[in-house]
Design a binder for this molecule. Structure first.
Ligand code: ZN
Length: 210
């Protein structure tokens, strides 16, 4: 049984890394973001309340997130273990979580702020068909034009420099105290996220002794 938490800023690739690890070791990937998206798409009661919260421009409260995660873990469908992505969000949740689940390690994917900014600010979205692009990894053949439908590529409203700086600062402010709690138990493995996807995965496995 392996029980991991994965942490890292938006754009660090932690979702991809969690999936790669989960697939090879039969772990259940529990992603708070994916549970949210699924709930909204399937019009569940939770989905409706998430939609309301997000449309008001607010964040889903930590307590709601904790509730979702605890219910999900209570399913006990994780025979070989789990990798948890998007939780815990504050020191109180981290402490509670540590008391109730015997965590093996916390994988902290590190990425310099400048690289995060570069990656996020190079995201583009087709204004017609909604396809995602990234000027670093997935360039359109013709500048600013969707390969599929010819629509114009635009940046998301909240992908501007100022909003991004605020999100990065907010991430560090919220994450530091959570990492501090895990650090006391010597559970954290730090992994360099600023390298090729397969190298990140290899570093995770080697540091976890897998
Ligand atoms: Zn398009």
């Amino acid at each position: 049984m392996r029980k991991y938490v994965i942490m890292g800023i938006q754009g660090c690739g932690k979702g991809t890394q969690a999936k790669l690890l989960a697939a090879d070791f039969d772990l259940v990937h529990i992603s708070v973001g994916e549970i949210f998206r699924w709930s909204v798409q399937n019009h569940t009661k939770l989905g409706a309340s998430i939609k309301r919260i997000v449309s008001r421009g607010e964040l889903v409260a930590d307590d709601i997130v904790a509730d979702i995660v605890h219910k999900r873990l209570a399913d006990h469908d994780w025979n070989y273990g789990f990798i948890l992505d998007g939780f815990p969000r504050n020191p109180r949740q981290a402490a509670f979580f540590l008391e109730n689940y015997d965590i093996d390690a916390v994988i902290n994917i590190e990425m310099p702020d400048e690289i995060v900014a570069q990656r996020v600010l190079s995201r583009r979205l087709c204004s017609q068909c909604g396809l995602d692009y990234n000027l670093f990894y997935h360039r359109p053949e013709k500048d600013d034009t969707c390969d599929v439908c010819g629509g114009q590529l635009v940046a998301r409203d909240d992908d501007n420099e100022e909003a991004l700086r605020a999100r990065i600062a907010d991430f560090h402010a919220k994450t530091k105290p959570v990492l501090d709690i895990f650090a006391v138990k010597e559970l954290i493995v730090h992994v360099d996220g600023n390298q090729d996807r397969d190298l990140v995965q290899a570093e995770i496995r080697s540091k976890l002794g897998l």
